[in-house]
Design a binder for this molecule. Sequence first.
Ligand code: MF3
Ligand code: CO
Length: 288
Amino acid sequence: MIGRNDPCWCGSGQKWKKCHYPRLPTGPALSKQYLTAYGIVLKTPEQIEKIRHACQVTARILDQLCQHAKEGVTTLELDELSRELHKKANATPAPLGYGSPPYPKSICTSLNEVICHGIPDKRPLQEGDILNIDVSCIVDGFFGDCSRMVSIGKISEEKQRVIDVSLQCLNLSIKMCKPGNEVWQIGDTIEKHARAHKCSVVNQFVGHGVGIAFHEAPEIPHHYNDLTIPFAPGMTFTIEPMINAGVRDGVIDPKDGWTVRTKDGKPTAQWEHTILITETGHEILTLI
Ligand code: MF3
Ligand code: CO
């Protein structure tokens, strides 16, 4: 098998990649191919500008909420604050009324053994809690999505481990985001790192395309998978690994239809960014 750096078969003396190597389509041809083959919309520079702005607004709201998450504060108060912050920024909370049953609040607040989609309520934050705050905004018709962990006072070693490992999983997997790599490499990177640190990776929920809709193609699994979709400039999607101290399985609360808890009650953590694939690599759109 001839390699990209081997001399071209045509005898030109040039490397194959510089000579008769088959070229990927670019521009409109590439966009059409991605839409047809994968249902993925590669964003135009104009769309990217709007998504970048929506992501910055989202990240700033998340940052402010994290600063307010202290012992004694309820997650409902954080939700109320988020409404004010959305209003000030001319943003609409994407979760409010989303899905079925309609999600009842503006942000997700997932505490301790709650994997994701925790609903803000009247329980005050206590010493030893770990909390994920997840903010998704619509600004001028475009979407941003990110989440972070906050710890309240002194937390257990097990909780610190899931917080650290999930952040490392996110950051390591972001490094894989560049043209030439493929979607499966994200799950591969995350699951290898999690397992090496005695953690498990939730496989019931995935990252997702985001930008012109809340959830668009492709799915971005955080677990081992075989999605051979090559990253292409203009792709915008989230990576949001949910990492558990115990078993990977989650159970949806039958009463509210949203809150997902670890099956074994052990702690879990998640961090999320929205990523843009560029010509040379990536941009973390929700980094402030
Ligand atoms: N980042 C989360 C997701 O993409 C936000 C969930 S909001 C909810 O699933 F409304 F779906 F709960
Ligand atoms: Co998301």
